[in-house]
Design a protein around this ligand. Structure first.
Ligand code: ADP
Length: 404
């Protein structure tokens, strides 16, 4: 069977993150992945792409100044590997889109009107929606015959209880400007919580979970019986946990101070909080591997960044344990959550009183599959579950096409 014919019925999923572009050609039913890859450190001089097709992995380092360059590079690698995407009989191109605003609560077939609405909403997700749109436009140009579908990161959290979704500000102003907590990384929180239930052999409806999605962007969610009841990101992906380059929670008065006293413009404050804050703002690095290396040399700023990161994580863990009342599982996922052994250990250190006991040996194991890292006598199961937003997006995209 040729590479192209094996791609028949598959969905090309494009997942453009803040500094990465993940892609996968995946069959939504068989879960067969014909090709996949990731472009990393987009925007840096040492950006690279890792592309796997037909069991062969190609790693190429090339300056990719933006996501458009990454998409173009990716398409060339598909062709070199023998997959002509336009002749492959794809079911859909499924795009991860970060912010659906008040408009989009379900996966949506992409039209020119949908593109302009996503563009309009970009002000709410300045690091992400523009990158998502680059992927959408490039794919529509390359594959005009294949339906494109947008799957929104905000959708899973649409039903958050009002008490969790509402900011305590003037209602008239909030309603006029669509100011509420939307939540993000929803595709991942939904997928990982479902997989955690499968791993535990329990009915999703019967368990309470905390999911910690720790990537370059980071968010936590409290999920009761499959329904999210709270999450750390809010109107924009800026709220909540300390992230690679984003501050997470700060006193809103700081924004006023930066404008009135430091005389920074709104755009400068936007850049400061979205691109120059978080771990990067604290120690100059946003990649956990670099931070870990610096900490090992005794670097004080890296240590401080790490401590602030862990402190914020534990604050939300505590909050969500109280909100849920009973917690059955705590699950780590995404780049940091799946790989950073010390983050998992430190986030949950000293919580034996609350029924949480990590098994240090299990925590050290590196694997690509779902696993338990808690000790057998831990009341709460602690898991590492690799996220697979691509598969989730492929399934949702195929369902939209089948239903239209
Ligand atoms: P995003 O999709 O938000 O860009 P990812 O989920 O791909 O983010 O995660 C990226 C983060 O994961 C980076 O900060 C990176 O340092 C971290 N990461 C990846 N691999 C490892 C590792 N082996 N050890 C520690 N951190 C890692």
């Amino acid at each position: 069977m040729s590479a192209s014919s094996s791609a028949g019925g598959a969905v090309l999923v494009l997942n453009a993150g803040s500094s990465s572009l993940k892609y996968q050609l995946v069959h939504p039913e068989t879960e067969e992945v014909s090709a996949e890859g990731i472009a990393e450190r987009i925007g840096d001089h040492d950006s690279s792409i890792t592309h796997t097709q037909g069991g062969k992995e190609v790693v190429e380092t090339r300056a990719m100044p933006d996501h458009l360059a990454a998409v173009e590079f990716m398409m060339g690698l598909f062709a070199e590997g023998g997959i002509d995407l336009s002749a492959a009989g794809l079911t859909a191109v499924g795009h991860r889109v970060v912010h659906g605003g008040r408009t989009f609560f379900h996966p949506t077939r992409i039209t020119a009107e949908v593109i302009s609405e996503i563009d309009r909403i970009s002000t709410l997700a300045p690091l992400h929606n523009p990158a998502n749109l680059v992927g959408i436009e490039a794919a529509r140009e390359l594959l005009p015959e294949v339906p494109s579908v947008a799957v929104f990161d905000t959708a899973f959290f649409h039903g958050l209880p009002d008490s969790a979704a509402t900011y305590a500000i003037d209602r008239g102003v909030a309603d006029l400007h669509a100011i509420r907590r939307y939540g993000f990384h929803g595709t991942s929180h939904q997928y990982v919580s479902e997989q955690a239930a499968v791993f535990l052999g329990r009915d999703l409806a019967d368990i309470n979970q905390i999911v910690l999605h720790l990537g370059n962007g980071a968010s936590a969610s409290a999920i009761a019986g499959g329904q999210p009841i709270d999450t750390t990101m809010g109107m924009t992906p800026l709220e909540g946990l300390v992230m690679g380059t984003r501050s997470g929670d700060i006193d809103p008065g700081i924004v006023l101070h930066l404008n009135r006293v430091a005389h920074l413009s709104v755009d400068q404050i936007d850049t400061l909080l979205n691109k120059q804050s978080g771990l990067k703002g604290l120690c100059g690095e946003n990649d956990f591997r670099a931070i870990t290396e610096k900490m090992a040399t005794g670097d004080a700023s890296a240590r401080k960044a790490y401590d602030v990161y862990i402190h914020r994580l534990r604050r939300y863990l505590g909050a969500y344990m109280i909100e849920l009342g009973r917690v059955d599982a705590i699950t780590f996922t995404a780049g940091v959550g799946e790989n950073a052994v010390s983050v998992r250990a430190d986030a949950l250190a000293g919580l034996e009183t609350y029924g949480i006991r990590i098994d240090p040996q299990r925590n050290e194991i590196r694997a690509k599959h779902a696993r338990q890292i808690s000790a057998d006598d831990s009341t709460i199961d602690v898991l590492v579950v690799p996220t697979n937003e691509e598969l989730a997006i492929a399934r949702q995209s195929a369902a939209v096409v089948a239903g239209s």
